[in-house]
Design a protein around this ligand. Structure first.
Ligand SMILES: *[C@@H]1O[C@H](CO)[C@@H](O)[C@H](O)[C@H]1NC(C)=O
Length: 148
């Protein structure tokens, strides 16, 4: 009847909002690094910060700003995205991430990404040692906030 039809409509609307993978929030990778992404705007642009637990130079935790873009914010439920991390003071290098946001069982969200890092070297001839990358990088959603 029309009741079950309207239930379906309500479910469809709920799923349209809830079953979409949302990049904003807090994420953690398998090595304990955290990433916080602020609200994605209507153009798909976002900013945030990456708190890395592992660096080539030290074991301290560093917070670095990131900026990126998500593909087609309104239409895709499992969108692709990319962002750049600016390591600022503690490393003369730049990292870019590219990935996709997936919604798994029970709405569990995961980011499947890969990253590529370019380190500053003195001359083009040193380029052979200037890049590092990881292709199978994964981040899972954390349900808490970073204070401060
Ligand atoms: C970055 O490069 C500058 C020189 O241009 C150097 O003084 C500084 O120590 C470097 N930073 C790091 C973290 O290596």
């Amino acid at each position: 009847g029309s009741d079950s039809r309207s239930e379906l409509v309500v479910l469809a609307i709920l799923c349209f909002t809830l079953c979409k993978c949302d990049l904003s929030g807090l994420w953690r990778n398998e090595l304990g690094s955290l990433m916080e992404i602020n609200k994605v705007n209507d153009a798909g642009e976002f900013s945030g910060k990456y708190l890395t637990a592992v660096t080539a130079t030290s074991n301290c935790i560093h917070s670095s700003p990131l900026k990126g873009a998500q593909h087609d914010r309104t239409q895709r439920s499992q969108p692709t995205f990319g962002f750049t991390v600016n390591w600022e003071k503690f490393s003369n290098s730049t990292t870019v991430f590219v990935g996709q946001c997936f919604v798994g069982d029970k709405g569990k969200e995961t980011l499947k990404t890969m990253w590529l890092l370019r380190e500053e070297v003195g001359s083009p001839g040193d380029g052979w040692r200037a890049t590092r990358w990881v292709t199978g990088h994964r981040l899972a959603r954390r349900l808490c906030v970073i204070l401060g």
